[in-house]
Every structure is written in C-alpha cells, then in structure tokens.
Design a protein around this ligand. Structure first.
Ligand SMILES: C[S@@+](CC[C@H](N)C(=O)[O-])C[C@H]1O[C@@H](n2cnc3c(N)ncnc32)[C@H](O)[C@@H]1O
Length: 443
C-alpha cells in the first residue's frame, strides 16, 4: 500500500497555513460515526469537522468550474484509516475540475480521473500537473510575445463572434494559434490561460454561469486581452507555486464513465477507492457553462457544443435512442414506480430522469465489473414535478443491488449547486449525502 504522506504536507505550507488536523483525529471521528450508523443518515457538517480552509488553496481555485465538490469532504475521507485501508489508487469517474485528484495527490495517493467535458478535463490536468514552475513561467511569457507578433489567428468558431469585441477576438485567436503550436503540458497550460482570459474578456454577465449577453467588454481591445493574459498567468503561476514539489501521478482520462475502457484495470481495481460526486439529474449546464472556452479550444468547429452533451450524464437534450427508454429500463422496481409517476405528471422530466438512472446504473455496474471494493459517493436529491426525488437513495440502492453494502451515510446541509440545474424542475434539495460502500463477500 502507498503510505499516505504525513499531515505535514497539509500543514507545512507557508503560503496557506492550514489548520493542523491529524489522520488519527479524523479516523477517530469517522470510527465514531460509523459505529453510530444503523441505517438512517447521520447529520454532520464537514465545514465544521475539518474547519475553515483558505478560499484559494494550492490549485483548487484555478478555475470557477460549477458544482465543485466541497474539498473538506475528500480531505476528511482520504485522511481516515477506515476509508483508505488497502487503497493504492483513488479513482474519480466524474472528476470535473479535479478536486478529488488534487486532494488524493496531497495525501500521497496515485489517482485516476475520468471527465467527459474537455474544458473540465483540461482544468484537472493543470491542477495536478507536476511540471517545473520556472518552465511554466517561461512558456506563458514567451507565448504572449509570440501571439503579439503573429499575423494569423486560429479559425474562429462561429459560436464566438457574438460574444467578443473585434479587438478581443483577434487577440484571443492569436493566443489560441500560439497554444496549438505546443504539446502536452505546455499546451495545457496555455489553453487553460486562454480559457480563463477568454472567460474574462467575453461580453457576458459574470454573475450568471452560462453565457448571457451584457455590456461588459463591448469595446475591449487587443491590449486589454494582453493585460488579462498577464493577470491570469500570474494567478496560475502563484497557485502552481503553492503546490508541494513531490506529488504522486494523477492521470486524467477524457472520456465517458459509462465506457469500461477508461476504468482502472481489474488488477488495480481491487486496491482502488472510488471517490466521486456524480452529476445531478437535470444538470444540463456543465457543458453550456463552459461552451465559450470549449469553442476556443476547438470543440465547436460548427458553432455548436451540443455534441458534448450527448455523453453528458444528467443531459436535458435527449437523443432518439434516449427517448426509446422508459421506466421499465431501470432495474429497481421501486425506482421504476417513482419514474413512472414522474412521467405521468411530466413526460419530458420522466424521460430525463429515466436516462439519468440508466446511465448511472451503467457506471456503477462498471465499478462492480472491474472489482472495485470500496465506493465513497457524494450525491444529492432533486426537486422534480412538485416533489422531492430521492436521487441519493436511488443511487445507493443501485450500488447495493450490485453487491455492495452501505457502511455509513452522512448528511451535510451543503448548498451551492442550485444554479447548475434547471430551476423549475431539477433544483437540488439543500443537502448532500456522503456514503461509503464496501463490496460484500470479498475476502
Ligand atoms: C458534480 S460534477 C463533479 C465536480 C468535481 N467533483 C469537482 O470538484 O470539480 C460532475 C461531473 O461529471 C461530468 N460528467 C457528466 N457526464 C459524464 C460522463 N458520462 N463521463 C464522465 N464525466 C461525466 C460533468 O461534466 C461534471 O464535470
């Protein structure tokens, strides 16, 4: 087993001193909770348990990705003896912007993440990258100089023209062309800086996570873009600099969690902890909230990012294949009844949630098929068609039906994902459930 690094990694950081918290302390807390658990969720506040964490810590605040996981949760779980016993690898099939991977890295675990949204996957890769800080500074500076000199920009996606002034479009296009000339880590770094700069220079309302037109930046010039690049570069470099120098490998796979090929192989899987916060049902905005950045990175050649939604779990735009499903497509008779009753009230909502649970069943089936022994799941419920859909309970039932046993269930009154779901028919109930499952009957 990989020895988790000492708590000093978390404490010994001159830039962002953290509250010292020993693994022994967390392990005792966890053991006390597990011993009290008799089936009903136990109320707990991870913010109180772990204590306040600095707003910008290591690379956590690298990018404002929606619905990020509260990092107190993986910090606690990954410091807890019972959760990390026999674990070599931490695996997050819905890695988003990489909160779990970074926390795993800080605790000394090798990790693997899967993410379907290419912008989030990019953020995750940079968040856990292990390249040299001096080299990163040179790449960012030199690329700005190259972009300023160049005449040609990338071919600009038709999606972008209405969201930028002509001066900003031209400068961003030249930065994008410069980034494309690089490879691997350097390219990631430049594309992340481009995505952040493009986000700031758009004529969008910064208070709304999806693009909505505003008067901001209507007259932005190339010089404004160059200045913004410098500011974003400085901020990225400061965050990268705060990372401890020696960290294990964290691999990000851009792909679909329903696809078994992106999962750890069976040999790794028996020593893998699956720790994840899956998408909510009706969480249609992961793709839309990053659509401009995706277009700058070349993912909207025809002016649309809707193709990215097809493999996005929780999607609202259903394909003809999705629409062929109905409540009978899920395995659990109880969930079938719940979904049929939603469909009676609102056929479209019914179809969206049937698709969601069918997809989630496929994902957890992969966990059982490769032989993952422990799953830590952070999930929430939804308000749907005038009632509460107990999404967490249904996900938990699916996992148990695959041969796992729930060993603890904690309920935290976390808020904050509301903006991500459709307001009328998907807004999550204001609590999250943190549950740990063990494969039953494993020797
Ligand atoms: C709740 S977010 C995870 C947030 C993450 N824990 C973080 O802190 O940034 C769920 C993620 O699942 C991703 N996702 C949706 N469908 C997916 C799929 N089929 N395969 C892999 N990732 C998917 C979404 O793009 C989103 O980033």
């Amino acid at each position: 087993m990989a020895e988790p690094v000492s708590d000093l990694v978390l404490v010994d950081d001159a830039h962002h001193p953290l509250r010292p918290a020993t693994s022994k302390h967390y392990s005792r807390e966890y053991a006390a909770l597990a011993s009290k658990y008799v089936g009903a969720p136990l109320d707990i506040s991870f913010r109180e348990l772990v204590g306040p964490l600095p707003a910008s810590e290591y690379t956590h605040g690298l990018y404002p990705y929606p619905a990020r996981l509260l990092r107190h949760i993986p910090r606690f779980l990954l410091s807890t003896d019972a959760v990390v016993a026999d674990v070599d690898v931490v695996f997050d099939p819905f890695v988003g912007s990489g909160t779990v991977l970074l926390e795993a890295q800080l605790r000394g675990f090798t990790s693997i993440g899967v993410e379907q949204n290419p912008v989030a996957a990019l953020v995750s890769r940079v968040k856990v990258s292990r390249g040299s800080h001096t080299h990163a500074a040179t790449v960012l500076n030199d690329s700005l100089a190259t972009a300023k000199r160049r005449r040609r920009a990338v071919k600009i996606s038709p999606l972008l023209s209405r969201w930028y002034s002509s001066g900003a479009l031209s400068a961003l296009g030249r930065l994008a062309a410069t980034a494309e000339e690089h490879e691997e880590e350097d390219r990631d770094l430049l594309q992340l800086c481009l995505a952040l700069t493009a986000r700031r220079m758009a004529t969008t309302d910064p208070r709304i996570p999806v693009p909505v037109k505003s008067a901001r930046n209507a007259m932005a010039s190339s010089s404004d873009v160059w200045r913004q690049w410098v500011s974003e570069s400085t901020s990225i470099l400061t965050k990268l600099h705060a990372l401890p120098p020696e960290r294990p490998v964290a691999e990000v796979r851009t792909g679909d969690a329903r696809d078994l090929t992106v999962w750890p192989n069976p040999e790794q899987a028996s020593r893998t902890l699956l720790l994840t916060s899956p998408p909510y049902g009706a969480a249609q905005k992961y793709v839309r909230s990053t659509s401009l950045e995706a277009a700058w990175l070349g993912h909207a050649p025809k002016g649309k990012t809707v193709h990215l939604e097809h493999s996005s779990i929780g999607r609202e735009h259903l394909s003809p294949q999705d629409l062929r499903l109905d409540a009978s497509s899920v395995s659990s008779p109880q969930l079938r009844r719940v979904l049929a009753s939603i469909a009676e009230k609102d056929a479209r909502r019914g179809a969206i949630y049937v698709t969601y649970f069918v997809d989630m069943e496929r994902v957890f089936r992969n966990a059982a098929n490769v032989g993952i022994r422990r799953i830590a799941l952070v999930s929430g419920d939804n308000h749907v068609a005038g009632g509460v859909l107990r999404t967490s309970q249904h996900l938990s039932d699916i996992i148990e039906s695959l041969g796992y046993r729930r060993t603890v269930s904690l309920r935290d009154p976390i808020r904050g994902r509301t903006l991500l779901t459709s307001r009328k028919n998907g807004s999550p109930a204001p609590a999250e459930y943190i549950e740990v499952f063990e494969m039953a009957n494993c020797d």
